[in-house]
Design a protein around this ligand. Structure first.
Ligand SMILES: [Zn+2]
Ligand SMILES: [Zn+2]
Length: 268
């Protein structure tokens, strides 16, 4: 049994055959899926929740991706606060910084990241972090504004960065990149990540593992990543599934202190 702890099932590339994709996932042993709620950014932030509501094995996140930080308005935060209480929401994200594409100004990305860390704390949700070519700013913001649980999603850092994130209490989630030929550094990080901090993901439809590289990724393909991780860590894919499932449950499915969404229509 495996949990895909990060994918984008609401992506347009899945629209035509989502039921078949979920059937293939189940057949492959990927029995729980966390779909990321960032969509195309504000104002529409509930696409993943609506999708998760249709499938018992799918949970959702809410959040604004750094790419869309410049679309945020004051209403966006009220909206996220409300959506974050939905019973299908188990994490906040993906949030963080992306200095590779710079789709939003960096100052705006940092501001929106910090505000959302505050919201995640308020909602008592773990955070899932996206960071690309922005490691130092990401970790310095997390040090100043976050002390709760979280995940470095699609972790592609070297062992020093892995140590840094682990020391801050973060989980490291590995995706298809660990199967890529040139990713020796990432494999070294995956080797040293303790059992109780390890997660696995697809980031589908992106980053398909070898031998599917370049194609549309989907949760069933995560088995290739699990096999690779098992080889790196000298264990079995089944054991990788077991420890990453336990970690996901402990991180995302624990009881929360924040007031949860009750379905009442009073809008509170
Ligand atoms: Zn990401
Ligand atoms: Zn993602």
């Amino acid at each position: 049994m495996f949990v895909d702890s990060h994918c984008h099932l609401d992506h347009e590339r899945f629209a035509a055959d989502l039921d078949a994709i979920l059937e293939r996932a189940t057949a492959a042993g990927v029995t729980r899926i966390l779909t990321i709620g960032t969509g195309d950014g504000p104002p529409e932030l509930d696409r993943a929740i609506r999708l998760a509501a249709r499938y018992p094995q799918v949970s959702a996140t809410v959040g604004v991706h750094p790419h869309e930080a410049s679309k945020v308005t004051p209403e966006t935060y009220d909206n996220l606060r409300q959506l974050g209480r939905h019973p299908k929401v188990v994490a906040f994200g993906e949030i963080g910084l992306d200095y590779h594409y710079d789709f939003s100004p960096r100052e705006t990305q940092r501001e929106v990241f910090i505000r959302q860390l505050g919201l995640a704390r308020e909602l008592d949700l773990p955070v899932t972090i996206h960071t690309r070519e922005a490691w130092d700013d990401t970790t310095s913001i997390l040090r100043d504004h976050w002390s709760g649980p979280g995940v470095m999603h699609c972790f592609t850092g070297d062992p020093a960065q892995a140590d840094e994130a682990l020391a801050m209490g973060f989980h490291l989630s590995y995706g298809g990149v660990v199967t890529f030929k040139t990713a020796e550094n990432v494999r070294e990080s995956a080797r040293l990540t303790p059992d109780d901090r390890l997660l696995i993901e697809t980031d589908a439809p992106y980053l398909a593992p070898i031998p599917h590289r370049g194609k549309r990724n989907e949760p069933a393909m995560m088995i290739r990543t699990a096999e690779k991780l098992a080889g790196i860590r000298e264990t079995t894919p089944a054991r990788i599934g077991e420890i990453t499932s336990v970690n996901f449950e402990r991180l995302c499915l624990r009881p929360r202190n924040a007031t949860r969404y009750t379905g009442d229509s009073d809008g509170d």
